[in-house]
Ligand binder design. Structure first.
Ligand code: NDP
Ligand code: 2IT
Length: 449
């Protein structure tokens, strides 16, 4: 049994109730085999055992009062996974499915993603099982205040800097920031994704979606191809999906789908981003509204999906952009995409493809950009926000966007060159995992025990 296999087996015994965490670890450890074999120092320093255990995992109670005056109790978490190369950094997720296992998967992924950006940021993730759906603005505010009333003890501009993720956007970051300031009397860059009025960075809202498209462009350019005039499918209808569609349209590609947890839109004319923003960002409504507002767009409720699979993946396309959530694209979906001629998959969501779907894409040697490389533009731009806050500057949109594009190009080159170095030139899963790992592991060794 190899070192990686031994560690994996041990984790399976210990954390059998955290399947998505085990899945995330398995994908990374599998592809680290060549570098571990070449460098026995990693085993000697027990790097895998140390990397897979969070430095700190906080779990706390969040009490708040709803509009009817009833007391509500939620669970809050912050996983400070690894600080070898910088302060803890990663988003907060508000979704009823949130638990320690999901946040450990996300925090673990974040370590490697943040390392790939080339910037000095460690890995973290947090959130709560609070369900923002159907809550009033004041309920969201009271929840965010209650959540921060515990979280503020554990974060700081050079300690741990949370940001958004599913269910957390500019509104929630504003309420969290207001409460942090009230509790600490400090005006500092403790959160990213802030409003431009109080220290936010231009282009942070767009960054993850734009970055995914920049990554796809880099992968395709290396193959002598491009997205121009190509049909694309996008899943999700939130922050990442919206700005992925916007950038695709800007470069002359045609995104024809978006989806949320209740259904999908197929719009053969190309997604109308202004309408999508109105429906999702302002009205916070269901995608049925999009079909009401755009003639020619077809809405399919999730209940009508064949075999319960997301029908987005059965729309023939040149490129696919999963931008909703984990494990939203399975082996059957991967086979359907490939059979329909799909040549590029760039992951906006974290771990959207199941392990066997990933294997299928790698085997087919299409341009496959795994999440920790392809969606790193969000956190990279968060770090640019930290940089602006620390130096009391604010850069214009074009400056931030140009830095983002350069970072995505660098991540592609680093992953592609590392994949080549370890003998599998097209395998960006291996390239991204090894490149992300090497920097963190070497930093851990240099810092001693
Ligand atoms: P949002 O909350 O803005 O949007 C999430 C979208 O995905 C919504 O359309 C939501 O539908 C849909 N969705 C969420 N959960 C499910 C589910 N279980 N089944 C079906 N649809 C679902 O989140 P983001 O756009 O910020 O995040 C999307 C993905 O991108 C996540 O995986 C996140 O971790 C990842 N990511 C986000 C970054 C960021 O900067 N925001 C950075 C890097 C990665 P509905 O509204 O109906 O729930
Ligand atoms: O998954 C992610 O990278 C994010 N949700 C963004 C994290 C951040 O700190 O901007």
């Amino acid at each position: 049994m190899t070192y990686a296999e031994k560690v994996m087996e041990n984790l399976r015994e210990k954390y059998s109730w955290q399947p998505v965490f085990l899945q995330a670890v398995q994908e990374v450890l599998q592809s680290l085999k060549p570098i571990l074999e070449k460098n026995p120092v990693y085993e000697r320093y027990r790097i895998l055992e140390r990397l897979t255990e969070p430095e700190r995992a906080l779990s706390f109670r969040v009490d708040w009062v709803n509009d009817k005056g009833e007391i509500q109790v939620n669970r809050g978490y912050r996983i400070q996974f690894n600080s070898a190369i910088g302060p803890y950094k990663g988003g907060l997720r508000l979704h009823p499915s949130v638990n320690m296992g999901i946040l450990k998967f996300l925090g673990f992924e974040q370590i490697f993603k943040n390392s790939l950006t080339g910037l000095p940021i460690g890995g973290a993730k947090g959130g709560s099982d609070f369900d923002p759906k159907g809550k009033s603005d004041l309920e969201i505010m009271r929840f965010c205040q209650a959540f921060m009333t515990e979280l503020y003890k554990h974060i700081g501009a050079t300690i741990d800097v949370p940001a958004g993720d599913i269910g957390v956007g500019g509104r929630e970051i504003g309420y969290l920031y207001g409460q942090y300031k009230k509790l600490t009397n400090r005006y500092e860059g403790v959160l990213t994704g802030k409003n431009i009025l109080f220290g936010g960075s231009l282009a942070r809202t767009e960054a993850t979606g734009y970055g995914v498209v920049y990554f796809a462009m880099a992968m395709l350019q290396a193959r002598g191809e491009s997205l121009k005039d190509k049909i694309c499918v996008v899943s999700g209808a939130g922050n990442v999906a919206i700005y992925c569609c916007q950038k695709l349209l800007e470069i002359g590609a045609k995104p024809v789908t978006v989806s949320d947890s209740r259904g999908m839109i197929y719009d053969p004319a190309g997604i109308n981003v202004e309408v999508l923003q109105q429906v999702k960002e302002r009205e916070r409504a269901s995608l049925t509204r999009y079909a009401e507002l755009v003639s020619g767009a077809k809405y399919t409720p999730a209940a009508d999906y064949p075999e319960g699979r997301n029908a987005v993946w059965s729309v023939p396309c040149f490129a696919a952009f999963p931008c909703a959530t984990q494990n939203e694209l399975n082996l059957a979906d991967a086979k359907t995409l490939l059979a329909n001629g799909c040549k590029c998959v760039a992951e906006g969501a974290n771990m959207p493809s199941t392990l066997d779907a990933v294997h299928e894409f790698v085997k087919a040697k299409i341009a496959y950009g795994p999440a920790k490389a392809a969606n790193a533009g969000g956190v990279a731009t968060s770090q640019l926000e930290m940089e602006q806050n620390a130096s009391m500057q604010s850069w214009d949109f074009a400056t931030v966007d140009a830095k983002l594009k350069q970072i995505m190009d660098n991540i592609y080159t680093n992953a592609a060159e590392t994949a080549k170095e370890f003998g599998e030139p097209d395998n960006l899963v291996m390239g991204a995992n090894i490149a992300g790992f090497r920097k963190v592991a070497d930093a851990m060794i240099a810092q001693g025990i």
